[in-house]
Design a protein around this ligand. Sequence first.
Ligand code: BTN
Length: 151
Amino acid sequence: MVQATPFLLVISVALLAPGLSARKCMLTGHWTNDLGSNMTIWYVDEKGDFAGTYNTSVTATKSKIKPSPLLGSENLKNQDSHPTFGFTVNWSFSDPLSSITVFTGQCFVDEEGNEVLKTMWLLRSHVNNIKDDWKATMVGVNVFTRLHSQK
Ligand code: BTN
């Protein structure tokens, strides 16, 4: 019986570990980034397509910020480890001039076991003249962490 205990422990860890790691890096849920922006990914379907809403904390426009729709795609080949993904936010408040941001990134699990989305983005703002095209696109990075619901 004494010898069976370590054996059962090893078996339990072997059985539970894949289940625990599989729960990490699912993109669905609430996320916040280093600028204080929040996003919610409602679902990721069987093809990896996902949808949600993005509430930015900052804007390059003079408009009042409103939540905006996001549409994205996750590469499911690395679903159980560190998936890559991309999504587009179509800014609903940037009237009358439009703007749109594309994010690309990868999910990681840091040394404390926290999920981190490392992303880069391109923000395209409408310009009235082709001569202004050179200044129409901004680039940057954002790091997202999961917002845990308070109990
Ligand atoms: C705009 O100003 O035209 C729309 C809002 C853009 C917000 C940008 S997108 C990249 C960066 N990350 C954020 O969370 N917000 C800013």
